[in-house]
Design a protein around this ligand. Structure first.
Ligand SMILES: C[S@@+](CC[C@H](N)C(=O)[O-])C[C@H]1O[C@@H](n2cnc3c(N)ncnc32)[C@H](O)[C@@H]1O
Length: 185
């Protein structure tokens, strides 16, 4: 595995929520706690707050997180997810776990494990083949075919999955999944 670095720009600074997130956000139980991992400037934190979820916003970029501090319904976790330290959320479980445009493979089991019984995972990021269209092009940051399906196998029930080329917000190869924890709450 190559050295962890996210120096490659991807979508730049997006403000609108992902249509995939909008489409499947209703899988999460109303009012349940949401986790946005590597949230950046918080486009999805704002989106889930508007839907009535308390939110936990995790990122290493303190300047990006600063824009979220005026909302008491947002818990800020300013941390480096790739420094080899413990998973920063401990045993906590969330009604909605969101990850968009971020991949650090060693975290996949913890991400899936953070979905509470009855809760949902919505994950969307770049996939193999994206190197033809721009960045990220480092294979460490590109999902392998079926990788999100493999990550949830035996743990979550898949509601929707895609691995395809998209034109917007820029030409890219993306893989995305929406899945629920069907065990009893
Ligand atoms: C392309 S942005 C995506 C932001 C947001 N999820 C979205 O879709 O708008 C990637 C985010 O991952 C964060 N990130 C990258 N490496 C990280 C690390 N090691 N620990 C925590 N966050 C990290 C960056 O700070 C950045 O905010």
């Amino acid at each position: 595995m190559q050295a962890p670095t996210h120096s490659e720009p991807s979508h730049g600074h997006l403000t609108a929520p992902s249509p995939w997130v909008e489409r499947f956000a209703s899988l999460a139980p109303a009012g349940g706690a949401a986790l946005d991992l590597a949230c950046g400037a918080g486009r999805h934190v704002r989106y889930v707050r508007a839907r009535g979820h308390p939110a936990t916003a995790v990122d290493r970029d303190g300047a990006a997180l600063a824009a979220l501090t005026n909302d008491p319904g947002v818990e800020i976790v300013h941390t480096d997810l790739e420094d080899g330290g413990p998973w920063p959320l401990g045993q906590r479980r969330f009604a909605l776990v969101l990850v968009t445009n971020y991949l650090w493979r060693p975290l996949l089991p913890a991400i899936v494990g953070a979905v509470a019984p009855g809760g949902a995972l919505i994950y969307e990021t770049f996939a193999r083949g994206n190197e033809k269209h721009g960045k990220p092009s480092n294979p460490d940051f590109l999902l392998r075919p079926g990788e999100l399906l493999d990550a949830v196998a035996g743990r979550l029930r898949v509601v929707a999955y895609e691995d395809l080329y998209v034109e917007r917000p820029k030409p890219a190869m993306v893989q995305r999944i929406a899945a629920v924890n069907a065990s009893e709450p």
